[in-house]
Write a protein that binds this ligand. Structure first.
Ligand SMILES: Nc1ncnc2c1ncn2[C@@H]1O[C@H](COP(=O)(O)OP(=O)(O)OP(=O)(O)O)[C@@H](O)[C@H]1O
Ligand SMILES: O=c1ccn([C@@H]2O[C@H](COP(=O)(O)O)[C@@H](O)[C@H]2O)c(=O)[nH]1
Ligand SMILES: [Mg+2]
Length: 281
């Protein structure tokens, strides 16, 4: 038996709401893709295979902290992290047919052909049980973006953009010390040019579509995550169907955070009215 979740208004904070997530239709779709155990109402069960992926693109210049924040998002919200750069570096390490081309391209700060990168991302997405993906450092240009939509047949639900001053990015990359072939001044200059001329148009495209969440990438890692957290927190609600009742749990990490508000929970409100049939009368 389904029961309407009561007292949802306590979670609703309209003043903090994000424009895109305010739309009921979008919210419903977002919910379907974000929840890991959403009940399949028609079949009366949970269909993991049929779940729609929830895709987050994570964008920002070299050294802006994408990878660092992705680790925190994974830890807190259980996403699968797919760093396009890491996938390409794995190709180099495995000496695959594209390995030397990828190495030359990365050394020169250029962009690897879309088909190569997307094939690697696609393989990871298809083989993952997790359907919530953080795609880090991709798309790098408009051509990447269009090719992803065509090949994967999906658009991102959310786009994060880590906005960082150039001097800070250079400082971070030069002190990264991970032995990357592109962490040197010569390549950094090229990467920054590519970022400005090719990455930023993608960022602007998603801003115009209302999907962009711009994060100020200055500050400590924790301070930055304070801005990232609310973007996902409103979606992180798990359903536990137990017999004739439905429990809704807000993000379990909420109480451990200092001073941040989860933002809003229009999702919960919409769920109350749209998803859960009121069987109990
Ligand atoms: N908020 C921060 N303050 C200071 N240093 C940071 C911060 N966030 C990350 N770093 C450090 O900066 C370096 C670059 O961070 P990270 O690798 O996460 O960036 P990135 O955006 O993934 O870069 P790239 O695009 O080159 O892969 C790392 O050494 C990381 O430890
Ligand atoms: O989608 C992508 C992602 C990366 N590259 C190339 O790899 C390097 C390093 O990428 P990071 O995200 O900084 O790890 C990047 O400069 C490009 O040369 C790519 O071509 N396409
Ligand atoms: Mg990175």
């Amino acid at each position: 038996m389904w029961r309407r979740v009561s007292s949802l208004t306590q979670f609703v904070s309209p003043t903090k709401s994000s424009s895109i997530l305010n739309q009921p239709a979008y919210t419903l779709k977002l919910w379907e893709s974000f929840t890991t155990q959403i009940p399949n109402l028609e079949k009366g069960g949970t269909s993991f295979k049929d779940r729609i992926p929830f895709i987050t693109f994570v964008l920002g210049g070299p050294g802006s902290g994408k990878g660092t924040q992705c680790e925190k998002i994974v830890e807190t919200f259980g996403f699968k992290h797919l760093s396009a750069g890491d996938l390409l570096r794995q190709e180099i390490a495995s000496k695959s047919e594209y390995g030397s081309m990828i190495l030359d391209t990365i050394k020169d700060g250029r962009i690897v052909p879309s088909e190569v990168t997307i094939k690697l991302i696609q393989k990871e997405m298809e083989s993952s049980d997790n359907k919530k993906f953080l795609i880090d450092g991709f798309p790098r240009c408009e051509e990447n973006r269009v090719a992803f939509e065509q090949i994967i047949g999906a658009e991102p639900n959310i786009v994060l953009f880590f906005d960082c001053p150039v001097e800070e990015m250079v400082k971070r990359v030069l002190s990264r010390n991970q032995g990357r072939v592109d962490d040197n001044m010569d390549t950094i200059k090229k990467r920054l040019k590519v970022f400005e001329s090719l990455n930023l148009p993608v960022v602007n495209y998603y801003a115009e579509k209302g999907k962009l969440h711009k994060i100020c990438a200055l500050g400590t890692e924790d301070e930055i995550f304070e801005q990232v957290w609310p973007v996902f927190a409103a979606c992180k609600v798990s359903f536990i169907v137990t017999g004739d009742s439905v429990k809704v749990n807000l993000c379990d990490k909420k109480s451990s955070r200092s001073g941040a508000d989860p933002g809003f929970s229009w999702e919960l409100l919409c769920l109350s009215w749209l998803i859960l049939p009121e069987v109990n009368g």
